[in-house]
Design a protein around this ligand. Structure first.
Ligand code: GDG
Length: 469
């Protein structure tokens, strides 16, 4: 395999194993965004193939060179489920669930980050650009810079970056900041995340920050600048529009409504089953509206898709139990033989089905307690080619910075959430149209392609700046 001018490094490879042992590209947003650039530049992608103890040589799928990183079962438990998903994830989401700080997990995190960095270093051509993704790989930028000072390194952080008061809990808080600062460009979802990061750097490392630049001292006594700013991620809006235009998807949307007894209002929630998504708060508000008689099951149904996630992490096992108990209590209290309060689907569905659900839903509920961006909000908006439907959007989701015409809520305020629900259910068509048109313009004009281009442009500017220096 030849060395590449563009190397993407992410926890997962962009492929899934199919039943006959072959590989096909997985359909996620990041893959859609990066695949064309990686293919065009004959680039490489470094990542874990998704199964423990799988030792495979680099291979090529659809013109992309894939460099698999092997993880033992123990490393999956310590680096991935442990440090990434039981330490960093809860800490960076404002400690909604208590982070666990275990030294053996940290050791595994360092070891695995080193493995990713070594693979990236040997895949990159002289002077190449490397784009590292997300919280599982925060040490890779500096490890890579040590090994290959000729590279231009970018890092994008898909989840929030917490305020100093929380971040400072992390026993390895300095190492993680130093790890990230190995990058030339660090991208965050929100301006506030970039601000939190810069504040942590000032307070813990005492480096100087100016606008979006951070002055990082170098071994020779000089310094270099790392750019840390917001690059809000988006979706492949055209792909959602295309799906929403398909007659069979529209027919499916009608069928979904009919199968529920054609209620006047369909409410929808689509989330990975995660404690950051505010599913319990949403159920609480909805349950209260039913018990106060302000809503009736004959008129309204809530469809909650909760796709299975991190099922071996304790906090997720507990959350699933709580949610399922609440759903069955609400359904037990309010269902009739012909109507049900909540259709709960602990399943994943093909993307066509998701778009049919978006089209079938009068009200989309995004009530995250903390969320980097929340792509579901943008997908709902892009799919509503009929300019109908209402988006209820938590102010704690990154998407709230851009989607100002949504009904903004603080999901902790259950009364406000109930009010927003009633307002959405009763919103006249003209107001829905006005809001939805503005929302759609925003998402269509700022799609995933623009996102990846602006990040890569910033990296290119950093590369030229280094050459000139
Ligand atoms: C992280 C950050 C940030 C869900 N269920 C099904 C399904 N999905 C798809 C959605 C959406 C994606 O999964 C979820 O993306 P989100 O952005 O909503 O949330 P996270 O998974 O937490 O993603 C987040 C994101 O990274 C990107 O930077 O926005 O803040 O936490 O695309 O549609 N897709 C299909 N079937 C399902 O059942 N096909």
């Amino acid at each position: 395999m030849s060395r590449a001018d563009l190397v993407v490094v992410a926890n997962r490879l962009p492929v899934d194993r199919d039943d006959d042992g072959g590989w096909r590209t997985s359909p996620g947003g990041l893959v859609t965004a990066l695949e064309p650039v990686v293919r065009r530049t004959r680039g490489a992608w470094v990542g874990w193939p998704g199964r423990a103890d799988l030792q495979i040589d680099p291979f090529t799928v659809d013109g992309i060179d894939l460099v698999p990183i092997a993880l033992s079962a123990d490393e999956v438990a310590s680096y991935y489920e442990g440090f990434s998903n039981d330490t960093i994830w809860p800490l960076y989401h404002d400690v909604i669930s208590a982070p666990r700080y275990r030294r053996v997990w940290w050791d595994a995190y360092v070891r695995v980050n080193r493995r990713f960095a070594e693979a990236a270093a040997s895949s990159a051509a002289p002077g190449a650009t490397v784009w590292v993704h997300d919280y599982q790989l925060q040490l890779v930028p500096s490890l890579l810079r040590e090994a290959r000072p000729d590279l231009t390194i970018g890092y994008f952080h898909h989840i929030p970056f917490p305020a100093y008061g929380l971040y400072s809990q992390l026993p390895w808080r300095r190492q993680v900041l130093e790890g990230l600062l190995g990058a030339d460009v660090i991208g965050f979802q929100r301006v506030a995340d970039a601000g939190n990061f810069a504040a942590c750097v000032r307070r813990l490392l005492h480096y100087e920050t100016k606008a979006s630049g951070i002055r990082v001292p170098t071994a020779d006594g000089g310094s270099r600048t790392t750019l840390a700013r917001a690059f809000p991620i988006s979706i492949d809006a055209a792909a959602y529009i295309e799906l929403a235009q398909r007659p069979e998807v529209q027919a499916r949307a009608r069928e979904i409504r009919e199968s529920m007894g054609s209620p006047r209002t369909v409410l929808l929630g689509v989330d990975r089953l995660d404690y950051t998504k505010g599913i319990r708060h949403r159920l609480k508000a909805y349950g209260e509206l039913l018990s106060e008689g302000r809503l009736q099951v004959e008129d309204v149904t809530l469809v909650q898709v909760a796709s299975p996630s991190r099922e071996r992490v304790d906090a997720y096992v507990q959350l699933r139990d709580e949610i399922e108990q609440t759903v069955s209590r609400i359904n037990g209290d309010f269902d009739t033989l012909g109507h049900t309060a909540i259709r709960y689907l602990h399943q994943t569905h093909p993307r066509e089905e998701m778009v049919a659900l978006y089209l079938a839903a009068d009200v989309m509920l995004v009530t995250a307690l903390r969320d980097g961006m929340n792509l579901v909000a943008k997908e709902y908006v892009a799919s509503r080619i009929d300019n109908r439907g209402v988006l209820i959007l938590s102010e704690f989701a990154g998407a709230a910075d851009e989607l100002g015409m949504a009904l903004r809520v603080n999901p902790h305020d259950i009364d406000a959430l109930k009010q927003a629900l009633m307002r959405a259910i009763e919103m006249p068509g003209a107001e829905q149209g006005r809001r939805m048109r503005a929302l759609r313009r925003r998402v269509v004009d700022n799609d995933i392609d623009l996102w990846s281009r602006s990040f890569l442009d910033a990296l290119e500017a950093a590369r030229r700046h280094k050459e000139d220096a």
